[in-house]
Design a binder for this molecule. Structure first.
Ligand code: CAA
Length: 257
C-alpha cells in the first residue's frame, strides 16, 4: 500500500513515523491505521532500528478516530469486524516506541499515544477523551490506559466531561514524561530515541517488558519476573561490555549480543 496517510524516515538507528492527514487533523481512518501498523512491522523487522518515534504535525498528533468514516457504522458490523482490534498491533510493538505529541491528541489519538512507551509533549499539546460528546466511549484503551496513567479521579473527570487538558496538566498528572517548547519537540524525542537505541538491545526489551508487567500481574509475580530478566541479562555480551566499560572508565560499545 502506498503511504499517503503517513511519512516514514530513518535517522541512524531511529525510525520515525509521522501521521500525515493534514486536512483532517490526522484523524485515524482505516487506511492510516493499516499504513501505521505496516510501518511499525517494517521497523520491527529492520535489525538496524533500535527505537521508533511516532509523531504528527504541529497542530495535531491526531484528533481521534475518523468520525466521518465511523458515523454510519452499525452495531453488527462493528462487532463482527471487531473494528478496533486492528489497532492492537500498535501496542504489541516490541521495539521502544516514543510518542512526540504536539497540538490535539484526542480520543483515538490519545489512545495511540498511550500505547507508546512514553509521551514527550510540546507546550501546545492538548489531551482528551471527548468520545462522550459523540454518544460513545473510548474504545481503543482510553478507559483503561488513561486510568492507569492518571488515576481514577482525573480519568473520570476527562472521560465523563470530554474536556481537554493542557500539557502542564498532562505532565502533573503523569500522562506525559516531559514537556518541551514546540520548536524543540523532535530534537528532544530524537535525542531520547538515539539514547535508547544506543543501549544494549536485550536490556532495553527486558526493561520495557518488566515495566509493562507492573500493569498486568500482582506485585510478587512482577518482582519475580523482573528478577528473572535481571539474571538472564548476565548471559549477554552487552552486560559484560557495559560493566567492563564502566570499570575501565570508557564508553560502552554495545553490539546487541
Ligand atoms: N474525524 C474526522 N475528521 C476530523 C476529526 C475526526 N476525529 N477531527 C477533526 N476533523 C476534521 C474536521 O472535520 C475538519 O474537516 P473539514 O475542514 O473538512 O471540515 C478538519 O479536521 C479541521 O477540524 P476543525 O475545523 O474542527 O478544527 P478546529 O481547530 O475548529 O477544532 C478540534 C479542532 C477541537 C480537534 C475538533 O476538530 C474536534 O473536536 N475534533 C473531533 C475530536 C473528537 O471527538 N475525537 C474523538 C473521535 S472518536 C474516537 O476516537 C473513538 C475511539 O476511541 C477509537
Amino acid at each position: 500500500m502506498a503511504h499517503d496517510c503517513i511519512v516514514t524516515e530513518t535517522d541512524g538507528p531511529v525510525g520515525v513515523i509521522r501521521l500525515n492527514r493534514p486536512d483532517a487533523l490526522n484523524a485515524l481512518n482505516a487506511r492510516l491505521i493499516a499504513q501505521l501498523t505496516g510501518a511499525l512491522e517494517a521497523f520491527e523487522a529492520d535489525a538496524a532500528i533500535g527505537c521508533i518515534v511516532l509523531t504528527g504535525s504541529r497542530k495535531a498528533f491526531a484528533a481521534g478516530a475518523d468520525i466521518a468514516e465511523m458515523k454510519d457504522r452499525t452495531w453488527p458490523q462493528t462487532w463482527l469486524e471487531d473494528f478496533l482490534s486492528r489497532w492492537d498491533a500498535i501496542a504489541r510493538t516490541r521495539k521502544p516506541l516514543i510518542a512526540a505529541v504536539s497540538g490535539y491528541c484526542l480520543g483515538g489519538g490519545c489512545e495511540v499515544a498511550m500505547m507508546c512507551d512514553f509521551i514527550i509533549a510540546s507546550e501546545s499539546a492538548r489531551f482528551g477523551q471527548p468520545e462522550i460528546r459523540l454518544g460513545i466511549i473510548p474504545g481503543a484503551g482510553g478507559t483503561q490506559r488513561l486510568t492507569r496513567a492518571v488515576g481514577k479521579a482525573r480519568a473520570m473527570d476527562l472521560i465523563l466531561t470530554g474536556r481537554m487538558m493542557d500539557a502542564a496538566e498532562a505532565l502533573a498528572s503523569g500522562l506525559v514524561a516531559r514537556v518541551v517548547p514546540d520548536e524543540s519537540l523532535m530534537d528532544e524525542a530524537m535525542s531520547a530515541a538515539r539514547m535508547i537505541a544506543g543501549h544494549g538491545r536485550a536490556a532495553v526489551l527486558a526493561a520495557r517488558e518488566a515495566v509493562n508487567r507492573a500493569f498486568e500481574v500482582p506485585l510478587q509475580e512482577g518482582l519475580r519476573f523482573e528478577r528473572r530478566m535481571f539474571y538472564a541479562l548476565f548471559a549477554t555480551a552487552d552486560q559484560k561490555e557495559g560493566m567492563a566499560a564502566f570499570v575501565q572508565k570508557r564508553k560502552p560499545r554495545f553490539t546487541g549480543g
